[in-house]
Design a protein around this ligand. Structure first.
Ligand SMILES: O=c1ccn([C@@H]2O[C@H](COP(=O)(O)O)[C@@H](O)[C@H]2O)c(=O)[nH]1
Length: 303
């Protein structure tokens, strides 16, 4: 992680098309460090920071995180649920945090795990990928439980706005395998069907496609082909027990495209901005060291 360089370009490239999310993410990870910081304002964290568990406390919390880290971290991942629990006042705070994070040069992956029939998915797509929307984000987590094809409106809207989509494939929770490891009609696991569909979306994209997959860092093994040509968002580092040192064995050759995500284990260091930044820098350094070690040991190709 470097100082306060700004990885985000102007939204429009010279040709008038937005620069793709995958390109922007690759640059952000390379310049700021391969780490995503989750903004998860748990009630216990607000209390631990000496803040009230109300919209005013939520705003202080979220903006403190953004102001402390926005010029340094590659990606923020606000967890929408922790804002929605305060109703419209919480969503207003989320809007403010997203805008301020993007102004600071960080990319925003909205963790809302949206998924519905196509016509409703189009409304979700407008919420997060219409540049005029107050929740306009760089990327969105989506759930493919209604079938990969139901995600099409989000995939199309993301592409049009230079945004990205992260499709749940192998989640970090222990219950996920019940669905994700189940065999589909053609014998592939459900997770592999989703990963293959993600790979097809990214065909021809370089250096990184804009359609990613969520693969939990907590998994004992992937048991799937992770060569999707796009980013692999890996939550579960920190409070859920995974460490950066676990990543090479789990992700193998896909490791350079992995974006590990940490929420509680960074946030617990607040409200002191310097302590938050120190924690993020330590995590980013550990991830870099894990990738370097894997390259040096011949486990993955160097960049
Ligand atoms: O498979 C998944 C998908 C998403 N998440 C989300 O990431 C954070 C994890 O928070 P920690 O405090 O670092 O455990 C949270 O918002 C989850 O909803 C996930 O954990 N696993």
């Amino acid at each position: 992680m470097t100082g306060s360089t700004t990885p985000q370009p102007a939204p429009d490239s010279a040709a008038g098309h937005p620069e793709p999310f995958g390109v922007r993410l690759r640059r952000a990870m390379d310049t700021r460090g391969p780490l995503c910081v989750g903004i998860d304002p748990h009630a216990g964290l607000l209390t631990g920071w000496g803040l009230p568990d109300d919209p005013a406390g939520l705003e202080r919390f979220a903006l403190t995180v953004v102001d402390a880290l926005g010029g340094h971290t590659a990606v923020f991942k606000p967890q929408s649920a922790f804002f929605e629990r305060f109703g419209s006042r919480g969503v207003a705070v989320l809007e403010k945090a997203v805008a301020r994070a993007r102004e600071a040069g960080a990319l925003v992956v909205m963790d809302a795990k949206r998924g519905d029939i196509g016509s409703t998915m189009a409304a979700y797509a407008a919420t997060y990928f219409d540049p005029a929307s107050p929740l306009f984000s760089d990327a969105l987590t989506v759930s493919p439980f209604l079938g990969f094809g139901s995600l099409r409106p989000a995939l199309d809207a993301a592409e049009a706005s230079g945004g990205g989509v992260f499709v749940l494939a192998l989640t970090s929770n222990p219950e996920g395998g019940q669905v994700q490891r189940a065999a589909s009609a053609d014998g592939r696991s459900v997770a592999q069907v989703m990963l293959d569909a993600v790979a097809a979306e990214n065909a021809g994209a370089a250096p990184l496609g804009s359609v990613g997959a969520v693969v939990g860092a907590t998994l004992a093994e992937a048991g799937a082909d992770l060569a999707v040509g796009g980013p692999l968002l890996a939550p579960g580092v920190g409070a859920q027990g995974a460490t950066p040192a676990d990543l090479p064995a789990l992700f193998g050759p896909a490791l350079p495209n992995v974006l590990p995500s940490v929420s509680r284990d960074v946030l617990r260091h607040g409200p002191d901005p310097a302590a938050l930044l120190k924690s993020v820098r330590a995590y980013a350094d550990q991830v870099r060291a894990a990738v370097r070690g894997a390259v040096e040991s011949g486990g993955i190709a160097g960049g």
